[in-house]
Design a protein around this ligand. Structure first.
Ligand code: NAD
Length: 472
């Protein structure tokens, strides 16, 4: 029986390995992690992450051909193929701090592989890494192993949180990069034969190692760029009377542009877009390509501008002061159908509102109170692993924040509502009831453009939707 070990039981490693176990019943898959709490959650009924369909897949395979363990060395040693899906955040200190990828976690995984391996193995980069990381990993492995040979493949993951299982079951494409040597190509074929269990052959794209590594960074940069582009248009719309939803609809009808990633919003979030663009910027700068670096930097600057603009709009609309006013924040996750808050725009928006002394009442259907308070107490700007972060909001400031259990409680007595995540349940709330329970005038700031502004205005709300006139 072929044995696979997945190192890193996070948002990528957990679902990816679970789907391989589901589709390849003859392969034994063990997911390992240094985090005991994560592994015990994967072995329980309360999985550490929320993804539609994930619970069902895990329940179907766990204990049969899918296992979760903290014994990294043992399962690495037993495996024929090792997928490494550890975190690769932005470096928080030292050379390249704030831009370069922190490969500490990758390096320690590689050292465990080298030290414990007694047979030849295929090592697969699932994490998003800087281009030419495979070369560095090869060096660590070959200098520390005992005559064992390793083939490194790049196989970046393109799943989106919130639709991870669907994306893994029906991927647009699977990308595999390998060395152009006979051994490298043999490893590519071995990985292809796993995906071929459920992915049509024409969707499996093979390239050289460096193209595959760079393609993943390029992929995230292009997606983020589309969001920043439409958000740049949203500011122009507000200044000119155009409507961003009409502009994006018109753009989407151009088959050369298409409709995905054209929704204007309060800004993109998630653990990947910003860090991967910063990584790209760092690689460009390291190669002396200043213009290329500046080009991609602008995508992040536009995103920061969009969040800042939103906060300023809230303050200016509410008669230039939100001091002491209660603002209901609906949604904290960086997108709907996930409990992930890494780099969510809600963090910056909430902090911006708190700096102007608003008191916040926050509701998210899937994010825990602890998580929200932790996010607001940390300086989230630098990187996404909170252990290294210093609280920047004092405990007294935290009195400004209440986390509540439903949208009606959040909005009761509020002066304004900020919609920061596009959860479906926010579209069908009883806004008439909400209006009666709020202070007047009652404001709605729709940071995701999911609400029917016309109906809200009929009820009596003053409504701001991104990229639309305040008072049409
Ligand atoms: P994550 O933080 O959720 O999970 C990483 C896990 O790796 C953690 O549980 C951590 O404890 C574990 N880990 C770290 N070092 C380890 C080691 N030496 N041995 C064993 N376990 C170790 O991260 P994630 O969101 O799953 O992302 C993982 C990688 O995938 C990143 O490079 C990310 O850029 C990339 N990626 C993420 C997404 C996404 O949507 N989250 C999508 C595509 C690619």
């Amino acid at each position: 029986m072929v044995k696979i070990c997945g190192i890193g039981a996070g948002y990528v490693g957990g679902p990816t390995m679970a789907v391989i176990a589901l589709k390849c019943p003859s392969i034994e898959v063990t997911v390992v992690d240094i985090s005991h709490s994560r592994i015990s959650a994967w072995n329980s009924d309360h999985l550490p992450i929320y993804e539609p369909g994930l619970q069902e897949v895990v329940q179907q395979c766990r204990g049969k051909n899918l296992f979760f363990s903290t014994d990294v060395g043992k399962h690495v040693s037993d495996a024929d193929i090792i997928f490494v899906a550890v975190n690769t955040p932005t470096k928080s200190r030292g050379l390249g701090a704030g831009k370069a990828a922190d490969l500490t976690y990758w390096e320690s995984a590689a050292r465990v592989i080298a030290e414990t391996s007694k047979s030849n193995k295929i090592i697969i980069e699932k994490s998003t890494v800087p281009v030419r990381t495979a070369e560095a990993i090869e060096r660590i492995l070959t200098h520390n192993s005992n005559g064992v040979s390793f083939q490194i493949l790049s196989n970046p993951e393109f799943l989106s949180e919130g639709t991870a299982i669907e994306d893994l079951l029906n991927p647009d494409r699977v990308l595999i990069g390998g060395r152009q040597t006979p051994e490298g190509q043999k490893a590519v074929q071995a990985l292809k034969s796993i995906y071929a269990q459920w992915v049509p052959e024409d969707k499996i794209v093979t390239t050289n190692l460096w193209s595959s590594e760079l393609s993943k960074l390029a992929d995230n940069a292009f997606l983020a760029q589309r969001i920043s582009s439409i958000n740049a248009m949203s500011a122009l719309c507000e200044a000119t009377g155009a409507e961003v939803s009409e502009v994006s609809h018109a753009l989407s009808k151009n088959s050369k542009i298409g409709s995905r990633f054209l929704n204007s919003s309060v800004g993109f979030g998630g653990s990947c877009f910003q860090k991967d663009i910063l990584n790209l910027v760092y690689i460009a700068e390291s190669n002396g390509l200043t213009e290329v670096a500046n080009y991609w930097k602008q995508v992040i600057q536009m995103n920061d501008y969009q969040k800042d603009r939103f906060v300023k709009r809230v303050v200016s609309s509410m008669f230039n002061t939100i001091s002491g006013k209660k603002i209901a924040v609906l949604g904290f996750a960086f997108k709907k159908d996930t409990s992930d808050t890494r780099k969510t725009p809600a963090i910056d928006v909430c902090k911006g509102l708190m700096r102007d002394d608003a008191s916040l009442s926050i509701y998210d259907p899937k994010v825990s109170e602890d998580q929200i308070l932790r996010d607001l107490a940390m300086d989230s700007v630098e990187c996404d692993h909170p252990v290294h972060l210093q609280p920047v909001i004092s405990p007294s400031t935290m009195k400004q924040v209440r986390i509540v259990q439903d949208a009606y409680e959040a909005t009761k007595d509020a002066h304004g509502i900020c919609v920061l995540t596009e959860w479906d349940e926010f579209k069908t709330l009883d806004y008439q009831r909400i209006f009666f329970s709020m202070q007047k005038p009652a404001f709605v700031f729709d940071g995701r453009n999911i609400l029917n502004a016309g109906k809200l205005r009929e009820i009596g709300f003053i409504v701001y939707s991104i990229g639309k006139p305040l008072d049409p």
